[in-house]
Design a protein around this ligand. Structure first.
Ligand SMILES: *[C@@H]1O[C@H](CO)[C@@H](O)[C@H](O)[C@H]1NC(C)=O
Ligand SMILES: *[C@@H]1O[C@H](CO)[C@@H](O)[C@H](O)[C@H]1NC(C)=O
Ligand SMILES: *[C@@H]1O[C@H](CO)[C@@H](O)[C@H](O)[C@H]1NC(C)=O
Ligand SMILES: *[C@@H]1O[C@H](CO)[C@@H](O)[C@H](O)[C@H]1NC(C)=O
Ligand SMILES: *[C@@H]1O[C@H](CO)[C@@H](O)[C@H](O)[C@H]1NC(C)=O
Ligand SMILES: *[C@@H]1O[C@H](CO)[C@@H](O)[C@H](O)[C@H]1NC(C)=O
Ligand SMILES: *[C@@H]1O[C@H](CO)[C@@H](O)[C@H](O)[C@H]1NC(C)=O
Length: 525
């Protein structure tokens, strides 16, 4: 199967929106922590049940009447899309529910199949699989726009309630599909990334609904200053490239700190970014080179954008630098040339510096577009209000590949432009309630029965997961913490287990836990 996540992330972001203006997803919109996308299963290949009956294609869309506001059911319902198969189902088997999170879910129907951990669990345990679109993404919109007013029902708690209300009320389009609500059948929740966090939160908050769960690369801990995003990258990228990038960023920060306008302009000009008026916009632009790390997988091969970047810095006349790198002078020129020769055009096309990478023009219309779908905007709402996850430089005491001139306020100011009036009448700057989120659902410290956490050491989101450096929660036999050498959500994909023995072991261990737990399940209704 073709792994679409190998495509440049920004191309995916651009492809995800159909609006004609090319400025609605500016290059500085941060990458969402989405799960990997696999090719949509072909409708030509028949789906066949255990007894040989032909079933609807995986891509057949179903609709569920979901409550607009779980705290106010009188507001009525909206149509929430889902996809379903009972290819491997036998009476008594588990119902495996999954949302791909902050994406148009129609591109994720492969998560019904045994190319993914979802389908593997179904195949082993006679289960049925469901992919449910998250509210405010794709075509599952409670209201027909993404205005501040409409987004008031876009909260983590509403998303948790959606999962529970769906499980309790859906009549699945299969024989006996009205006899499989929680209590009559065991429900398993599977999710990766943000949806992995939702899996943890919903298992914790709705333990009467969901019997078991699998959370991959689950970003359970909301973090406002999320400099840790760059930490697994700094640790796992080629040593020479890491050393050189750190040297260049230290230089960038010392030039910006000295604030000599001639030197600052000369530095920006090295990267072709002299048109950026604000120094923090320039510093933030240099983060762009790291975002392609997120789409790497163990089987990505050496030709991805991230490696092109490192090759540009480290290969001189056909020779690679030693582990210490080439040093500041060469690396600075090489990184600058990479921007000027190819990278700028790749992310900005023919737009000028300010239009592409400037963030201070609060009159630009892209801040206030409210059409649906716009996954970048819907995701930002969750960041601005609850998660934070602002990508910034490490504290002074810690090595960094991201400039310390970018702070959380750089992003929180943009929240104010996107969602005017949303953060209190006196505040143009968001202040996400990460503390509230961590208190409500216990972040890193959660203890939840029959919940598996699977993580990868090379995942850039690792510092928000239970596998973060310095966390004290080691898990237990009832909440196993499994770790592989994978990247972001690698263990969701069966194929990654064929290239990494550690990922294979995580997948096999997870399936055996599920088998044990499902065997112990007893109906309560
Ligand atoms: C085969 O499975 C389908 C779908 O589960 C069901 O409708 C049908 O009754 C089954 N037929 C037999 C002979 O078991
Ligand atoms: C996955 O399921 C398909 C049917 O959808 C089947 O042909 C294939 O053998 C299964 N793969 C494995 C590894 O069991
Ligand atoms: C799955 O269904 C088959 C056929 O009914 C049965 O033999 C098997 O024990 C079931 N497996 C589990 C894990 O329930
Ligand atoms: C679920 O979370 C909500 C919001 O924090 C809280 O009010 C409720 O008490 C929680 N329920 C359980 C069972 O933890
Ligand atoms: C140096 O950089 C090259 C090119 O990116 C890479 O292939 C190589 O593994 C790196 N070597 C070390 C020791 O970091
Ligand atoms: C940097 O210098 C400019 C004038 O060139 C001045 O307006 C600005 O306040 C200075 N910034 C800092 C952080 O000192
Ligand atoms: C998690 O537990 C650690 C100690 O084990 C504690 O320091 C920390 O405050 C806890 N975090 C949360 C979000 O409860």
């Amino acid at each position: 199967m073709l792994l679409l996540s190998a495509l440049p992330l920004l191309a995916l972001l651009a492809a995800a929106t159909a609006h004609p203006s090319r400025h609605e997803t500016p290059a500085f919109v941060p990458p969402r922590p989405s799960i990997p996308r696999l090719e949509t299963p072909s409708e030509e290949i028949p789906v066949v049940s255990r007894n040989g009956t032909q079933l609807p294609a995986y891509t057949k869309t179903y609709y569920f009447n979901q409550l607009i506001d779980h705290s106010k059911p009188s507001l009525g319902t909206f149509q929430q899309r889902y996809w379903h198969t009972y290819e491997f189902y036998e009476t008594g088997g588990p119902i495996i529910l999954s949302t791909p999170g902050e994406v148009d879910a129609s591109g994720y129907t492969s998560y019904l199949t045994n190319s993914t951990i979802n389908g593997r669990i179904a195949q082993q345990l006679n289960g049925s699989t469901i992919v449910l679109e998250h509210r405010f993404f794709g075509e599952s919109n409670p209201y027909d726009d993404l205005s501040v007013q409409s987004l008031r029902v876009h909260t983590v708690q509403q998303a948790i309630e959606d999962l529970a209300y769906f499980a309790q009320n859906v009549q699945l389009p299969m024989p006996g599909g009205d006899q499989v609500t929680p209590g009559k059948a065991p429900w398993i929740l599977v999710g990766g990334s943000y949806a992995g966090a939702l899996t943890s939160y919903a298992m914790n908050n709705k333990s009467d609904v969901f019997y078991a769960g699998y959370a991959s690369s689950a970003v359970v801990q909301a973090i406002v200053d999320f400099w840790g995003y760059f930490e697994p990258i700094r640790q796992s990228m080629p040593a020479n490239c890491s050393a050189d990038v750190q040297a260049v960023i230290a230089h960038v920060d010392s030039v910006l700190a000295a604030n000599d306008s001639a030197q600052v302009t000369a530095l920006k000009t090295t990267f072709g970014l002299q048109g950026l008026a604000h120094n923090d916009d320039f510093a933030a632009a240099l983060q762009q080179n790291f975002f392609s790390w997120q789409s790497l997988q163990p089987d990505s091969g050496p030709n991805g954008d991230f490696y092109k970047f490192c090759d540009a810095l480290e290969v001189k006349n056909g020779v690679s630098a030693p582990a210490a790198g080439w040093g500041l002078d060469y690396a600075l020129q090489a990184w600058g040339s990479y921007w000027k020769n190819s990278f700028y055009e790749q992310i900005c096309g023919s737009d000028d510096n300010e239009l592409c990478l400037g963030t201070y023009d609060s009159t630009n219309p892209y801040w206030s577009y409210t059409y649906t779908p716009n996954p970048g905007r819907s995701w930002l709402w969750l960041l601005c209000n609850e998660f934070g996850f602002n990508f910034d430089g490490a504290p002074a005491s810690h090595p960094t590949v991201a400039s310390r001139f970018v702070t959380a306020v750089w992003s929180e100011r943009q929240c104010g432009y996107h969602f005017p009036g949303a953060f209190g009448s006196n505040s143009a700057i968001a202040s996400p309630n990460a503390v509230g989120l961590n208190n409500a659902y216990h972040g890193w410290n959660t203890t939840t029965e029959r919940l598996i956490f699977a993580n990868g050491v090379r995942d850039p989101w690792r510092e928000a997961t239970v596998a973060a450096d310095g966390t004290t929660n080691a898990g237990s036999d009832m909440q196993p913490h499994l770790l592989s050498d994978g990247f972001h959500c690698s263990d969701l994909l069966v194929r990654e287990g064929t290239v990494s023995a550690k990922i294979k072991s995580v997948q096999d261990t997870a399936v055996s836990y599920m088998a044990k737990w499902i065997a112990e399940w007893e109906p309560t209704a």
